[in-house]
Design a protein around this ligand. Structure first.
Ligand code: LLP
Length: 858
């Protein structure tokens, strides 16, 4: 068990350590405690070392003595002999200065006192409070090895230890007691001549590394690193409060996350544990009940997925252009020789025939502008040099990176809008790194984290791997679950009864529809809300939304008829078709619907139909957005909307037929969670409207998303309200309309089905249910992720990993991949969540399977 500086600085902290050690003893474990120096003491010792003036050094040693005495007083302990002796040693070292031992050996000896003191004090406290504890000199256990590239400084102040399981040491300790305490950060120099080596320091990551070395030597059951946070997270929680706790990682992944930015663990401390396969736990001292992160040997049962997004700032890029010599032999060797000569370690590398670009990481290098200038001067002898700084490296980390590239299109699209200086894919297949300008990172990382969850690349649905969010653990309390789960508590029994009569069945919960409607009615700037009925045309839903005061947006005569039959005549209608035949417009013009056009053709060829009519013009703003490429409706790759460069032709045709453009419309796509989007569309449409003159309302479409993956951030309706009100102050003369579909109904619908058969095949377990892509095509069509639960065994432990499939004759008939669920029995009722939008309406009679019936509950 390793405790850092703040964990050993006060009496309450030591009482806490005592409790934790006692709890491990109660489990029957023997405990070795590794401690850092009291917080602030290592710095004080470094300052002492930097002091040329003897009297100042003596003063500094006295202050350190005082600090330890104060803590002893708090503990109501008489100073133990060993502590007094060590304080005397320190005073002597301060007095002598470096002249006896030599500068570096003296520094190591002085700084080692931080841990020597804290461990001696800890042994006394624990023994006095009933936990008999043996003090152990870490230098007797950890021997530094000499490496060829080391100089005197690194040998003494940044030493390495080779830690192989040592049965002799283990046996010796077994004879001595049950609880031991020793020092982090220090070791002894190894020598062949039998003389005791000098004290050396382990350098960065010191105490964690000591704990790992000792864990390996003793082949411990586990190493526990006790710190102030419960473990590693999917992103830096300071940047991303929704970052999720990573509950299980293998050594390589954890090391990769640590080396690409996470600060909680030094990457160096994992390698000693790998060969002896000793697991490492990260635990929160203040919240010992939290499970923390377990890092251990690789767990193969998991599908490849991204585990974390990390960022490092302060990166410097050096771009080297070979001058005129294509494929010059030895070019790389020449340039890298200069890096070695200047003591700079290279991190990322990108290369082309005539250019090599590398990055320098400040965590591994002492980077100052002089060091870089000196390097650049030397490099200029063999190539043209460009230094690019400050940059940041953003890394996506996870096992099997190359096999999940297809899930990253959204992330790549984000990078497409930035200056990316370098992309590097690590050869161990564990990370994909983008180097960008430093200033964009803070805003970008939270956004990318959301996108990764949304794309299913960061598989937050796998509750064995991804724990609670930082926000839920340390923030304002529990965040709302991703999908509204009315079905989980209140209505569960009712749903089981409904499924007992027949499956498959869609069930719609009207209170949820109303609640979502009321949420949108808070948008003060919006003058008229229409429900995009394509999402779900059930008459009860149409009726409920009419009662809430919604208008209705339809795209076909069928939808118009359904709405007219279900809602009062006072409800306004919009007709927003695309590539519809002439007859559809003829029909719509006989109803009260406001008709929209999105091409020249209708006015060019059927102009008489629209004579003297008021219409809406749908334009294409040149870009699309949404949860999947297939639902983005903008740009020349999409069939929707009139391109803005045809606006003048459209207006001339309109004039010729006395047609008045009353409204201007755009809808860029579906499933958007970023509130700023609608403000941009609104502003663009409003400025176009100024050119047209006759416009009185602006329709900014629908597309409002709902979070589907656990941990995905919801659309911020208050934020949207602010954005829209801002634009409205600039254009108060236009009415503002919207036409959401999904937002109103998605969470209100579930699909109930029964399990049919199971099959094991290779590493996979398939769980069949009695309906598939015929009832719900979204997973097959958009890789959409829908939560699936076993409603019959809702609270049973999820011990199986299933591929949930339907009975349709297509390989794509998969409703959910890698789902952790309870062991299912034939006939269990399975619930597929969030299918109120684009579920039933997109179903088909394929394979002549029975359609899912629809049931509405109030
Ligand atoms: N307005 C227009 C002109 C639309 O084309 C759509 C949706 C909406 C409004 C409503 O969008 P919403 O608020 O529901 O995102 N089947 C896909 C969604 C396709 C959306 C088509 N148009 C899915 O299941 O995700």
């Amino acid at each position: 068990m390793k405790f850092g500086g703040t964990s050993v600085a006060t009496l309450p902290r030591w009482q806490n350590i005592r409790e934790l050690v006692a709890s491990r003893r109660a489990e029957g474990a023997r405990v070795l405690i590794v401690v850092s120096a009291l917080s602030g003491i290592t710095d004080a010792l470094k300052q002492l070392c930097a002091q040329g003036d003897k009297s100042k050094r003596i003063e500094a040693a006295a202050a350190i003595k005082q600090r330890h005495h104060e803590l002893l007083e708090q503990m109501q302990l008489a100073p133990p002999e060993g502590l007094l002796a060590r304080l005397d040693d320190l005073a002597q070292l301060a007095e002598d200065g470096p002249r006896v031992l030599g500068e570096l050996a003296w520094q190591a000896q002085v700084q080692a006192h931080g841990e020597l003191l804290s461990s001696t004090l800890g042994a006394a406290f624990l023994s006095a409070t009933g936990v008999a504890t043996q003090w152990l000199d870490a230098r007797e256990c950890l021997t530094a090895i000499a490496l060829p590239n080391q100089n005197e400084r690194t040998r003494l102040l940044s030493a390495m230890v080779e830690a192989r399981p040592d049965p002799v040491l283990t046996a010796r300790l077994a004879g001595l007691g049950e609880v031991f305490i020793t020092q982090g950060f220090i070791a002894r120099e190894g020598r062949d001549d039998g003389i005791a080596g000098r004290t050396v320091l382990l350098g960065r990551g010191g105490s964690d590394t000591s704990a790992a070395y000792l864990g390996a030597l003793l082949k411990a059951q586990r190493v526990e690193i006790w710190t102030d946070v419960a473990g590693m997270f999917t992103a830096n929680p300071r940047q991303v409060t929704g970052a999720r706790l990573l509950q299980r990682l293998d050594y390589e992944e954890a090391q990769e996350i640590a080396s690409t930015g996470a600060k909680v663990l030094h990457p160096r401390c994992l390698s000693p544990l790998r060969e002896p396969r000793v697991p490492l736990l990260i635990k929160d001292t203040n919240r010992p009940e939290l499970e923390g992160t377990v890092i251990g040997p690789e767990v193969r049962e998991h599908a490849p997925s991204i585990k974390a997004i990390s960022a490092r700032k302060g990166i410097t890029l050096i771009s080297m252009e070979s001058v005129g010599m294509w494929q010059e032999v030895g070019f790389l060797s020449d340039v890298f020789a200069y890096f070695k000569q200047h003591g700079l370690s290279v991190d990322l590398i990108g290369s082309a025939e005539t250019n090599v670009t590398v990055s320098l990481d400040p965590a591994e290098n002492l980077l100052d502008s002089d060091a870089i200038a000196a390097l650049a001067t030397d490099l200029a002898k063999v190539c043209r040099v460009k230094v690019i700084a400050p940059c940041a490296a953003i890394s996506l980390v996870g096992r099997g990176m190359r096999s999940i590239l297809h899930t990253l299109s959204g992330v790549l699209a984000e990078f497409g809008q930035l200056r990316v200086h370098l992309i590097s894919q690590s050869s161990n297949n564990l990370n994909l790194t983008f180097v960008v300008d430093e200033e964009v990172v803070d805003a970008l990382v939270p956004h990318l984290h959301d996108l990764l969850i949304g794309a299913g690349a960061l598989r937050t649905d796998d509750s064995a791997l991804f724990g609670p969010s930082w926000e839920a653990l340390y923030g304002r309390g529990d965040v709302a679950p991703a999908a509204a789960s009315w079905w989980r508590t209140d209505e569960r029994q009712r749903l089981l009864d409904i499924a007992a009569k027949a499956t498959p069945r869609y069930v719609y919960h009207l209170p949820t529809v109303r609640q979502q409607a009321r949420e949108l009615k808070k948008l003060a700037a919006v003058d008229r809300l229409h429900y995009a009925v394509k999402a779900n045309t059930h008459p009860a839903i149409l009726g409920a939304l009419a009662e809430e005061g919604f208008g209705f947006e339809c795209v076909s005569p069928g939808e118009l008829r359904a709405v007219i039959a279900a809602v009062p005549e006072s409800a306004p209608l919009l007709f927003t078709p695309n590539f519809a035949p002439r007859g559809d417009y003829e029909f719509a013009l006989t109803t009260r619907a406001t008709v929209s056009l999105d091409a020249l053709h209708p006015l060019q060829y059927w102009g008489e139909l629209f004579r003297d009519k008021e219409i809406v013009l749908r334009v294409d703003l040149g870009r699309g957005l949404g949860h999947h490429e297939k639902v983005r409706t903008g740009g020349s790759g999409s069939k929707f909307g009139l391109p803005v460069d045809q606006l003048d032709s459209f207006l001339r045709l309109a004039d010729a037929h006395g047609v008045i453009v009353r409204g201007l419309h755009a809808h860029l796509g579906s499933g958007i969670l970023d509130d700023s989007h609608w403000g941009e569309v609104y502003g663009q449409l409003a400025s176009l409207a100024e050119r047209i003159g006759s416009v009185s309302f602006i329709d900014i479409g629908g597309g409002l998303g709902v979070p589907s993956h656990p941990g995905e951030a919801a659309l911020d309706i208050a934020g949207l309200d602010r954005v829209l009100r801002e634009v409205k102050t600039a254009y108060p003369h236009y009415q503002l309309w919207m036409e959401p579909g999904r937002y109103l109904v998605a969470d209100a619908g579930v699909l109930l089905a029964r399990t049919t058969q199971q099959k094991g095949k290779g590493a996979f377990r398939y769980l069949g249910i009695d309906t598939g892509m015929n009832s719900l095509i979204r997973p097959a069509l958009y890789d959409a992720w829908h939560q699936i639960v076993n409603l019959t065994q809702l609270d049973a432990p999820a011990t199986a990993l299933y591929q949930v499939v339907g009975p349709i004759c297509e390989s794509g008939d998969v409703l959910g991949t890698d789902r952790r669920l309870p062991e299912a029995n034939e006939g269990d009722v399975m619930l597929i969540a969030q299918v109120g939008a684009y579920g039933k309406v997109m179903s088909s009679p394929y394979n002549m399977r029975d359609e899912a019936e629809e049931v509405v509950i109030e």
